[in-house]
Design a protein around this ligand. Structure first.
Ligand SMILES: [Fe+2]
Ligand SMILES: [Fe+2]
Length: 144
């Protein structure tokens, strides 16, 4: 069963960003499944590590899109990304020690964070790209 279900309202209208968001949802669901099926902590840890890598890459790409589109709320948005990473790091470390309880709490937190962040903050980037006609040159992610 999924903990986070994709819905079209999560699309912000920039294909590359939407694809990365869907991949992140998929990874969060994989962590959830690994926990539910009582797989070893080690495997859950591997998926969480992958998730951290993907999230870091996604934030870098999204911030590049905002830069190219001269998005006025970039500093505030970047700060939210940094805050999430700062929150996750100690939690990740604790997942290693005492796996599943921390990981379960972490998942609930991630679910809320991503739903809110995409619908409120990332959606605003999409609107900016559309309003300013920068979608074509601003929104595609060429390389990291
Ligand atoms: Fe974001
Ligand atoms: Fe995002």
């Amino acid at each position: 069963m999924e903990i986070l279900t994709w819905h079209k309202s999560y699309n912000i209208g920039a294909a590359d960003i939407d694809r990365q968001h869907r991949d992140i949802f998929r990874l969060i669901n994989r962590v959830h499944q690994a926990l539910a099926s009582e797989t070893t902590t080690e495997k859950t840890g591997d998926i969480l590590t992958q998730l951290m890598t993907d999230v870091r890459g996604h934030f870098a790409d999204e911030e590049k899109v905002m830069e190219r589109a001269a998005y006025p709320l970039l500093p505030k948005h970047r700060q939210k990304h940094q805050e999430l990473m700062a929150t996750l790091k100690p939690l990740m470390a604790r997942c290693g020690e005492n796996g599943n309880i921390v990981a379960t709490r972490l998942l609930a937190f991630l679910k809320d964070w991503w739903q809110k962040h995409i619908l409120e903050d990332d959606a605003r980037i999409g609107r900016h790209l559309r309003t300013n006609g920068t979608q074509a040159r601003g929104a595609e992610i060429s390389q990291r």
